[in-house]
Design a protein around this ligand. Structure first.
Ligand code: PLP
Length: 467
């Protein structure tokens, strides 16, 4: 059944696991007018020939020779849990060493997933009940869940719609005496305006936790995102550019903080500087959030390709942007001037339906799908307004930590309105998947041609869809 508003994961899964050709063959291709004559000028949704029938690259990518051998060798050692902290012995420790080096960070801690990397970061920075954390609503749910998990209060600051990123001016406006931290998310793999955010943090004595879960190897002024704030958090979930299936990491130059993170993720056991501080085996309340050896082996394999793939995505994204920005009603992402590299976890643009004869975003996406180019409307709901927040506010802990007024859901929603983010979610954002950017530059022409064809024929398509 055709569904225009896929969640990000559903969308990526469809694109990466099945390949578009197969999707088109299997699914109900929106052949609203498939009885019409099939010619190249006629939109495919009206029965014409699609711009593209070739499939797009699948994801994840791995080498069935060397990559698989390395993972099997690790499995055959029979030590599947984390084998300590020495990179010569533990694959997890080697993974941490290499990821830290790639990012130019002193330390890295590998953990079970990106969600928990955020929770560890917040918890070990001692952010909790009564604290406010300023965050964008234009993100994946895990960013906000992490704030709620430590009992802090998310405060939503609206985005700059041109960049899709949290707007520094809106952050400034949300600071109160209870603000402890800013949590910028380099959403879609495009860097947030970190120089401005760090400036605000310095002036207001705030911590900065970077959610870089979609932004591996992205850079600002040649410095990797995730290494600019107090701590950076990464995800290695299946759709991610360093795909492990599940996995995550924190990076920071603060050795003492990273020692505490290590202890916490390893049942609260003594580690590093924590060894000298306190007697006894367990020095804090901990958790078990350790990565396994075979996960790290998959991660090390993926790390071999990420540099080259990032360069390719950047090259294709720039080319595609230069072409489609000429089509009226298509406003591709903008990068801040200090961005030296993006990751392009997704290729986003804003879609203005008035330039497409009023075709709604779902209608535009259906017409594009018929042309063989599948896009998504991206995040389909507004995280600053959803019931999960109220569920947290009704919990025993929140009731004890905050006033009734603060937990009044209607007031919260009114205080946290973010019209720009809401417009992106509800009407304008369109994404193409990162794996499409791993095809050849000539394949980008298919994307351009499909959009241009839908634009040129938008009145006909609208009439056809309305009749
Ligand atoms: C922006 C963002 N933050 C956090 C996460 C959570 O990462 P994970 O799925 O590894 O827990 C994700 C994953 O999709 C994400 O996209």
């Amino acid at each position: 059944m055709w569904k225009s508003n896929y969640s990000r994961r559903e969308f990526i899964k469809k694109n990466s696991l099945t390949g578009l050709g197969a999707v088109l063959a299997m699914s109900s291709t929106p052949a609203v007018f498939s009885f019409a004559s099939r010619d190249a000028g006629t939109p495919a949704i009206l029965g014409g020939t699609p711009v593209r029938t070739k499939s797009w690259p699948s994801w994840p990518v791995w080498d069935t020779g060397a990559d698989e051998k390395f993972v099997v060798d690790v499995l055959r050692k029979g030590v599947w849990c984390r084998a300590g902290v020495n990179p010569n012995v533990s694959v997890v420790a080697e993974f941490e060493k290499q990821w830290a080096a790639k990012l130019g960070s002193k330390r890295c801690l590998a953990v079970v997933n990106g969600t928990n990397s955020l929770i560890i970061a917040l918890r070990m920075l001692n952010i909790g009940g009564g604290d406010e954390v300023i965050v964008t609503p234009y993100t994946f749910i895990a960013t906000i869940s992490a704030i709620l998990e430590v009992g802090a209060m998310p405060v939503f600051a609206d985005v700059n719609p041109a960049t899709f990123q949290i707007h520094p001016e809106n952050i400034q406006a949300k600071i109160t005496s209870r603000t402890r931290a800013i949590l910028p998310v380099h959403i879609l793999g495009l860097p947030s305006d970190m120089p401005a955010i760090m400036d605000i943090a310095r002036k207001n004595d705030l911590l900065v936790i970077e959610d870089a879960c979609q932004a591996w190897l992205a850079e600002i002024n040649n410095r990797k995102v995730g290494t600019i704030g107090n701590v950076g958090c990464f995800s290695f979930q299946n759709s991610k550019h360093l795909a492990i299936g599940e996995g995550g990491a924190l990076v920071s130059d603060d050795e003492e903080f990273m020692d505490r993170c290590h202890s916490y993720h390893d049942t609260g056991s003594r580690y590093g500087r924590m060894e000298d501080l306190v007697g006894g085996t367990y020095v804090m309340r901990g958790n078990n959030l350790r990565m396994t050896e075979y996960q790290a082996a998959i991660g090390l394999n993926q790390m071999k390709r990420i540099e080259e793939e990032t360069t390719k995505r950047n090259r294709n994204a720039e080319y595609l942007k230069s072409r489609i920005s000429k089509i009226p009603g298509i406003l591709p992402y903008e990068l801040y001037s200090h961005v030296t590299r993006a990751s392009f976890h997704l290729f986003p643009f804003r879609y203005k339906k008035d330039e497409f004869s009023g075709l709604t975003r779902p209608e535009f996406l259906r017409a594009m799908h018929a042309e063989g180019v599948r896009g998504s409307g991206g995040y389909s709901g507004n995280l600053n307004q959803m019931p999960y927040l109220n569920e947290a506010f009704q919990s025993k802990n929140y009731q004890k930590m905050y006033s009734r007024r603060e937990l009044d859901f209607e007031r919260f929603v009114a205080r946290n309105r973010c019209p720009e983010s809401e417009r992106l979610c509800n009407e304008e954002a369109v994404w193409f998947s990162q794996s499409m950017l791993l095809s050849e530059t000539s394949d980008m022409d298919d994307i351009y041609n499909a959009i241009e064809k839908v634009h040129r024929n938008s009145r006909r398509i609208k009439a056809g869809m309305s009749s």
